[in-house]
Write a protein that binds this ligand. Sequence first.
Ligand code: ATP
Length: 140
Amino acid sequence: MSSIKVEIVTAERVVYTQEAEAVIAPGVGGQLGILPHHAPLMTILQAGELVVRHGGQEDALAISGGFLEVRPDRIIILADQAERAEEIDVARAEAAKQRAEERLKDRHMAGLDETRAEAALRRAVARITVAEKIKRRRNL
Ligand code: ATP
C-alpha cells in the first residue's frame, strides 16, 4: 500500500510524524480525507480531531486550527496547538469546556467575546473527543 509522510508541527514543537496511508483532517468546510498522491493543496483547518491511518491502525490528535499543505512527498500540518491523544489532560479540557459553556449561556453578557468563547469550546470538545476515543480503545 502506498504511503506519504505526515508531519504535525506547532510554532513550539514537532508534535507527530508518521509514514501514513491516509489522513482525515477537520477542514473549515468539513472533514477532509487525504490519500498518497493527492494533488498539491493548501487549506485552513478548524479545531477538531485529526486521524492518521498507518499499518492497519489509527492515531488521533486534537488540533486547534491551522493550515494543511499537501506536497508531492509529504503532508504538513501547521497547527495553532496540537496534542497527541495520550498527552491530553481530560480534566483540564473538561474545565475549559465548562468555562466556555458558562460564558456562552448568557450571550448578552457585557464584554463577552462570543467568538473567543466558541473557539475555546471547540478546542475543549476536540480534546475530550480524542482522549475518550483512545480510552475506549484501551478498554476493549
Ligand atoms: P486552557 O484554557 O485549559 O489553557 P486553551 O484551549 O486555552 O485551554 P491553548 O491556548 O489551546 O489552551 O493551549 C495552550 C497550551 O496548552 C498548548 O501547548 C496546548 O497544547 C496545551 N493544552 C491546552 N489544553 C490542554 C489539555 N487539555 N491537555 C494537554 N495540553 C493542553
